[in-house]
Ligand binder design. Structure first.
Ligand SMILES: Cc1cc2nc3c(=O)[nH]c(=O)nc-3n(C[C@H](O)[C@H](O)[C@H](O)COP(=O)(O)OP(=O)(O)OC[C@H]3O[C@@H](n4cnc5c(N)ncnc54)[C@H](O)[C@@H]3O)c2cc1C
Length: 633
């Protein structure tokens, strides 16, 4: 860490991918002479490193629309004469599913255009690739797995099956023993700023709900080490053990329903402090634990949801039959996360774009981006295109067409369609669809998403994890809250690293938020933080965090880091309603998402926001509903 940061790490990352991805979007954005960069054989976004997710070039148009400056400089849109049966705004899983469902009803000749503001398709389901000599390592830049607290509906299960994914076959691809090979276990990294000393300790009670599936098995002597060495007050250590291991009823005298009602009205932090009488150090230790799952910490998650998620403290509160057990019976993780689902959908829509014919060969299939937007194809996906206006030709009640305007590399264009599905982020919709009723616009604004960061760091080898016997590290005071090795999944022609001396991709996650505020304000603060944090700052923090966490294993960031990809999602998880802050959850009333997703003339509204549920099944189910609405007209 004492060595100055040059651009070497970042450029090395680029160099590793050279030949695969030589047009970072930052180089062509704004250059009108690069009218069709996607046609270049070198165009390959998954292999780009640096700042990804909502990458530079993807959001500026949307922000200028929000700020009211876009039309001052836009000029007159160019009429492309494009005429479609359906234009879909947003190329995430919802938009791609909508195209798929529409074709089932309207037939394979239906003309569909999907417009997406990012340089890649898939939305949050983002693939990160690293090339090291002749080897490709995959990472997930967003949507991690098929899983959901609610069971998948018949529609979403049906689509998953149609794509050839057999969810129950996952154990076949997972090398379970490899995850804990050489005695690797989950750890906690206590940092000196928060706990007075830097210390890496075995985690005696790894929390459920992280990215480690059900493989988090702690070391046999983890409690002994924790009780002796955890740098928190002695009383706090005893309290943690009581919370995790003892069956206590913290609400004696209340019946089952009263207990549940009370848990819905208090935060998990309140439960820990006021009901379970935990030492303040315990709250400091657990404050950030739920962030990657909820987008905020224990100050704002209802205790009821903590119980549902399997957090400790509830095992003596309910009878056996009402005890919840975190079970992931419906789980599937591709090495690139649900980007494989997006790629399977694209293969169905435009077979030439992604070769192959199975859910396992898609993992290594190389997408041909030049095929996404071919004039002869019934389905076209146009990347780098931000939709800025959607309006009916005439009165929405009787109009025969919708005009869609999008901005692309400094110019704007119009196309027309019989119908339009807005599968994009709901906060964007009031700015592009000005004719919507005011009440619906308010409901759409209320869907501002939770910000998240998924960082993938390519290491020349994984020996530091081997020496430290670590596979997943919770960092309650860290810049990133989690540092994980990915699940060892080998599928199709893809082989995950098997030997600590092989290059290894490390996943780090962070949910920027501001404890103490209501969730929406926490998310807003986090979004501002993300848009104003440079890659250099991310890089410095990543290097420092890894150096301190893995230093005991001989890790040297200057030597060991080969490349960094920071997937920044200022608009991440769909906002999920919270019984502490959204009064209608307990008191009743129409949830905003039901108002927000009402069809408007020839326009229907999808996206996981439409279900207020930050999961892939919501993205699919809402696409199905939206297609049903336009085809029923
Ligand atoms: C980091 C992260 C991890 C996640 N992990 C999981 C997980 O493990 N499992 C799970 O089920 N879910 C997960 N999710 C939730 C995820 O959001 C959903 O599963 C699903 O991928 C959402 O799909 P979508 O199509 O609704 O939205 P998105 O993926 O957000 O797609 C919408 C697209 O519309 C585009 N768009 C917006 N405005 C415009 C415009 N004006 N013009 C053109 N395009 C526009 C956006 O840029 C985006 O690409 C995760 C989300 C994040 C951020």
């Amino acid at each position: 860490m004492h060595r100055g940061i040059t651009r070497r790490d970042f450029l090395d990352g680029m160099a590793l991918t050279i030949g695969a991805a030589v047009i970072p979007s930052s180089l062509f954005v704004g250059c009108t002479h690069h009218a069709e960069p996607e046609q270049s054989p070198d165009y390959y976004p998954p292999a780009l490193t640096g700042l990804r997710g909502s990458h530079p070039g993807s959001f500026e148009t949307a922000h200028s629309l929000r700020d009211g400056t876009f039309w001052q400089h836009a000029g007159s849109p160019i009429d492309t004469s494009g005429n479609y049966d359906l234009v879909i705004v947003g190329g995430g899983i919802s938009g791609l599913s909508a195209a798929h469902f529409y074709r089932k009803i309207a037939g394979p000749k239906a003309r569909i255009l999907i417009l997406e503001n990012h340089d890649d398709f898939g939305g949050h389901a983002k693939r990160n690739e690293f090339r090291v000599s002749d080897r490709t390592l995959l990472g997930y830049g967003g949507t991690y797995s098929i899983e959901s607290p609610e069971p998948y509906s018949a529609v979403s299960n049906g689509l998953i099956e149609e794509l050839g994914i057999d969810v129950s076959s996952f154990p076949k691809y997972l090398d379970r023993p490899l995850y804990s090979a050489d005695g690797r276990v989950p750890k906690i990294f206590f940092d000196k700023e928060t706990f007075g000393v830097d210390r890496l300790l075995d985690d005696p009670w790894p929390f459920p709900g992280g990215e480690t599936y059900d493989l988090s098995v702690s070391a046999p002597d983890a409690w002994a080490h924790f009780m002796a060495e955890a740098p928190i007050a002695e009383q706090a250590r005893k309290d943690v053990r009581r919370l995790c291991l003892e069956k206590r009823d913290y609400f004696p005298g209340l019946n089952l329903e009263q207990k549940k009602a009370r848990l819905q009205r208090m935060s998990y932090a309140q439960f820990l402090g006021e009901s379970a009488h935990m030492h303040l150090d315990v709250l400091r230790l657990y404050q950030r634990l739920p962030e990657p799952l909820f987008g905020y910490g224990i100050d704002a998650i209802p205790a009821y949801e903590a119980w549902e998620a399997g957090y400790p403290g509830f095992s003596g509160m309910f009878g056996e039959s009402d005890d919840l057990h975190w079970e992931r019976v419906h789980f599937f993780h591709f090495p690139d996360g649900n980007a494989s689902i997006a790629r399977l959908l694209v293969r169905k829509l435009i077979p030439d774009a992604i070769p192959g014919n199975s859910a396992s060969d898609v993992v290594t299939a190389k997408a041909n981006y030049a095929k996404l937007d071919e004039s002869g194809s019934p389905v076209r996906i146009r990347l780098n295109s931000t939709v800025v206006r959607v309006k009916h030709e005439g009165d929405p009640a009787s109009a025969k067409e919708v005009e869609v305007t999008y901005a692309r590399f400094g110019k704007s264009y119009t196309v027309r369609a019989a119908h339009c599905i807005l599968a994009c982020w709901h906060v964007m919709i009031p700015y592009i669809c000005e004719d919507l009723p005011g009440k619906q616009k308010q409901a759409l604004y209320a869907a501002a998403k939770a910000p998240l960061v998924y960082t993938n760091v390519l290491l020349h080898d994984g020996t530091a994890f081997e020496k430290l016997r670590a596979n997943a590290i919770y960092a309650p005071g860290g810049y990133h809250t989690w540092v994980n090795l990915d699940l060892p999944v080998s599928i199709g022609g893809y082989r995950c690293p098997h030997d600590p001396h092989e290059p290894t991709a490390v996943h780090m996650s962070k949910a920027p938020c501001k404890a103490g505020l209501p969730p929406r304000e926490q998310h807003q603060a986090g979004r501002v933080e993300l848009y104003t944090t440079t890659f250099e700052t991310f890089e410095r923090n990543i290097r420092e965090q890894l150096a301190r966490t893995l230093g005991g294993g001989g890790f040297d960031p200057a030597r060991d880091i080969a490349a960094i990809t920071v997937n920044r999602w200022p608009h991440g998880y769909a906002y999920e309603y919270n019984s502490l802050f959204d009064s209608f959850v307990l008191e009743g009333g129409e949830p905003p998402c039901e108002i927000a997703r009402k069809p408007f003339g020839r326009i229907a509204i999808a996206n996981s926001d439409a279900g207020a549920h930050a999961f892939t099944n919501a993205a699919i189910d809402q696409a199905w509903r939206a297609v049903g609405e336009i085809t029923a007209r």
